[in-house]
Design a protein around this ligand. Sequence first.
Ligand SMILES: Nc1ncnc2c1ncn2[C@@H]1O[C@H](COP(=O)(O)OP(=O)(O)OP(=O)(O)O)[C@@H](O)[C@H]1O
Length: 258
Amino acid sequence: MIKRVTILGGYDKFGEKEPVRRVDINRGEIFGVVGPTGSGKSSLIADIEQLAQRDTFSRRKILVNDREPTYEDRTNPRKKMVAQLSQNMNFLADMTVGEFLTLHAKCRGAHKSCVNKVIKLANTLTGEPIKKNHDLTILSGGQSRALMVADVAIISDSPIVLIDEIENAGIRKHEALEVLSGHGKIVMVVTHDPILALMTDKRIVMKNGGMQKIVTTTAHEKELSKELSKIDDLLLNLRDKVRHGEIIEDIQLKGLTG
Ligand SMILES: Nc1ncnc2c1ncn2[C@@H]1O[C@H](COP(=O)(O)OP(=O)(O)OP(=O)(O)O)[C@@H](O)[C@H]1O
């Protein structure tokens, strides 16, 4: 069982040693990765995805359970420890949702009954219904990502989950992060969104390609994130209503905006 992933620091874009030399992420913890555009967030995630061994441009090293992963750990797809989700992933296969999930469950040695569970869960993350007989290729971006999140949570079951800018994925991001962080996984989420960043336990702050510091989320920040997510849900509902041609009458923002 994977209990801990460790990032040993390397070098930033300018070849300087990055200030944070070691990060330990334990099972069940959610880490955020924040920083301006181009600060190296996706590269940090990519180092973990590849279980880098001082062989990427950042020269970071990743340990699993305090040990170097074996060659087999890094290359055998059946041992896939890391699941990754990003905003621009899409399904290309010409099959129905049901066929794909059945096949995937079979490959991963999961029970067939997972298929309906995944579809049910995915439908809680998107406003547009997903059905078993839908072709994968006709799904919208939001439906595809909702299905991927549910698939990672239930079928893929990789112990490490890396999420890149899920806020732009067109799904209920708060719920998606909750779904993924349940099940005692190690979760890392790259985000520009304060609601998601403040939901995490700790956040790694990136600058110039290097890890600058680690901030522990305070109780106040977690509370704020919950309040902000209510506003977010309101916006999501509003978006669905406007998209479907409804007239908005029952929503008042007085008190919220002063
Ligand atoms: N440690 C590093 N050493 C050398 N180059 C780096 C390092 N980290 C990042 N880079 C390079 O800097 C560029 C920006 O990095 P990256 O895409 O990871 O940033 P980002 O924070 O994810 O950006 P965005 O918010 O726009 O998605 C990339 O071309 C990447 O290859």
